[in-house]
Design a binder for this molecule. Sequence first.
Ligand SMILES: Nc1nc2c(c(=O)[nH]1)N[C@H]1C(S)=C(S)[C@@H](COP(=O)(O)OP(=O)(O)OC[C@H]3O[C@@H](n4cnc5c(=O)[nH]c(N)nc54)[C@H](O)[C@@H]3O)O[C@H]1N2
Ligand SMILES: Nc1nc2c(c(=O)[nH]1)N[C@H]1C(S)=C(S)[C@@H](COP(=O)(O)OP(=O)(O)OC[C@H]3O[C@@H](n4cnc5c(=O)[nH]c(N)nc54)[C@H](O)[C@@H]3O)O[C@H]1N2
Ligand code: SF4
Ligand SMILES: [Mo]
Length: 734
Amino acid sequence: MAKNTETKYSVCTICDAGCQLRSEAVDGKLERIMAHDNPMLARNICYKGVAAPDIHNHKDRLRVPLKRIGKRGEDKWQEISYDQAMDEIADRLKSVVDRYGAEALAVSTSGWNTQTTHSTDRRFMNLLGSPNWISGVALCAGNTAAVNRITYGWFPQPDYANTKCIVLFGHNPRKHSWTPIYNAINLARSRGAKVIVLDPRVSDQAEKADLHLGLRAGTDAAMCLGWLKVIIDEDLFDQSFVNEWCLGFDDLRKRVDEYPLERVEAITGVDRELIAEAARLYANSDGATIPWTPITDQQISSTSAIRLHSILRAITGNLDIKGGETLGGFNADYIPESEIGLHDALSSEQKAKQLGFYDHPAFTYRVAEILKDPTEKTWGYPYADIVMGCQMANPTHVFRAMATGDPYPVKALFTLGNNTLLSYPNQHQILEGLMNQDLIVAHEIFMTPTAMLADYVLPGDVFSERNHIGDSWSWANRLTLSQKIAEPPEQASSTFQFWTDLAHRMGFAEHFPWSSLDDMLDHRLSRSNRTFAEFEATSFMEIPAPVYQKYLQTGFATPSGKVELYSSILDDLGFDPLPYYREGPALCEKYPYAVFTGVREDSFFQTGQRNIPVLRERSPSPKLFLHPADATAENVVEGDWVKLETKIGTVKAKISIHNTMKVGHIRVPHGWWYPELKGVEELAGAFISSDAVLCSDDDEFLDYEQGIPHFKGFPGRITKINAPQNMSSMVLKG
Ligand SMILES: Nc1nc2c(c(=O)[nH]1)N[C@H]1C(S)=C(S)[C@@H](COP(=O)(O)OP(=O)(O)OC[C@H]3O[C@@H](n4cnc5c(=O)[nH]c(N)nc54)[C@H](O)[C@@H]3O)O[C@H]1N2
Ligand SMILES: Nc1nc2c(c(=O)[nH]1)N[C@H]1C(S)=C(S)[C@@H](COP(=O)(O)OP(=O)(O)OC[C@H]3O[C@@H](n4cnc5c(=O)[nH]c(N)nc54)[C@H](O)[C@@H]3O)O[C@H]1N2
Ligand code: SF4
Ligand SMILES: [Mo]
């Protein structure tokens, strides 16, 4: 019989770059992922995306809801029906809420990989009364979005197509790591744009850069203060924009005067002439960009570093102009997550219970409430859920509350599309918190260490099995079509369906009137009088034409309506209103190396895909990068196993020697566990090589304003060991 072959558009969710690709199914089974048919988009594909059929059709994909029958974490299960699982979850959640209050429910989610209108989770939680929503975006882009809003009310996007200068603070996109950004940078470079890279290592981007500043890890804020010193002293800023649109320039200047280049050179380890040259190149470019980077999201002076990027953009006149960084706003054709989330349904009393609200408020409801009126005035909605990150609880406070009951008990955790145990700092505390839960629900596609700790594991669908319209996380305002091409396993659900079915069982049916995901997509498109079927029949991507300098009409969405160099919000909340540099925990004789987590592996996204042979073969084991001089001093050679210790934990990994590393620095990869050691090692080896075991979230490691941890240069030491047993004989079966 002739086979039935179909081709559709897909937005890949294997990583968070969200490439639009084409998928091909034969007789209803996903067989192939291909590049886009539009030449402008055809390069945006990497080998992880190509591996989607290996992931979606994997024999170990979860297909049936599971209920725990062994001890927590023992990985013993009974298969049950979806309806039974949902009934029992609802009953047990009601008991937790009756006993401890609604705030005893925490949700940890990725949001972007589960697609499907993620804010139904916020809607559910807001109706129930829980503010304790956390996500990996607290350490990645979500927190940058929130901190950008403090300065000028939105989170801008670089205009790669027109810029003359790109400044990468660590950020290192490659052919197989954030491919679309890599392509955009290459295109800009071929047009003549200059690239400045600030990275302790000679990274892939640094190798090709016009200027490379090999700063010491964790010193980005000091570097930016140095740039400002040059830019202000040499009058390289946009005088009229500063006069008309910026608040607190004189205060800023005084603060910047505390950072003469000799001091910045001493802190960062970069020659002062090079610092000045880079600052001049940036400021003198006619249209320059500092693209978002996760590196400043994850260090002790994070809030200041992010604010300094904002301030550099603003005073050099690069905000909301062609070739600079544009403020997108909401897409008027699509109901935004901010509206779906129903944030007004949560009372102020419950908002104030959000964990982190008082101590580390920068991305919590505390700031979101201050920005509510300005945001509505400028952007048309009171809440801006940019990259999901603008009204989150603080993860560290949530895990502490789970483990200790302080300031109140958190007793139920729902984790969706997130490997919670490995994806925040202080893995030992996370485990303690999880072991102390009355109810854990994991919505997953594979049995991860986190799912192993659950009471119920619900099988999720994947991107080839659901319709979706990507809205760039309300960051840019592009709409992107993703079409269902295969059926999900019968008992699998989308996260949209999960929240809807739970809401119906918890008495919130009237607020969840949508009968299906497609119905919800129709609702969201109703603002432009279209259905999903009409959208997919006519377009695969919609990008509104840019409108520059919108602030001339609307002002900025801050309390003053201006760019707040001196932050009225931070001032009101009792923090330093001006940016500053704070040194991370000091290296010492016992812990002489500056350890940073990162340098993402091409073959995996974060904690995922270690069970996918075509990807794992490319990167079979975790590697610590070391400079040859340090390797000699430690008496280790390529491929030796070592243990890496910090004050809170120890992991094991192989040594990989690179002369591109900075002396005195060690790179530790993120997210390693060993699916092949399931049943052999506790929690499939989740404590053997995971960076989260090493990263502390004690107060001395936390940024003051957001309370996010220092991943970039914490003290550690290495010792050579024999290869761990199971590891050397590791076999991965397909
Ligand atoms: N310790 C430490 N923590 C970190 C970082 C770090 O470097 N170190 N990095 C931070 C950064 S940069 C980020 S972006 C975040 C990332 O955090 P997340 O984006 O939450 O990534 P993961 O924790 O790897 O979890 C993703 C999980 O989703 C599952 N999954 C994939 N697709 C689907 C789907 O369609 N449906 C469902 N239900 N599940 C799916 C995968 O199997 C995987 O287990 O982590 C942050 N946390
Ligand atoms: N293949 C693949 N691609 C991915 C991902 C993946 O897991 N796999 N993850 C995606 C996600 S969620 C993210 S957030 C990005 C992350 O990707 P990138 O933004 O590229 O970040 P990293 O790879 O963590 O680190 C980049 C560089 O930061 C440097 N660095 C370390 N410490 C410091 C410091 O203190 N200051 C400065 N200026 N530089 C420092 C490192 O030497 C390294 O070269 O990648 C995305 N793309
Ligand atoms: S870069 Fe690769 S994994 Fe990420 S969205 Fe694009 S194709 Fe998928
Ligand atoms: Mo990230």
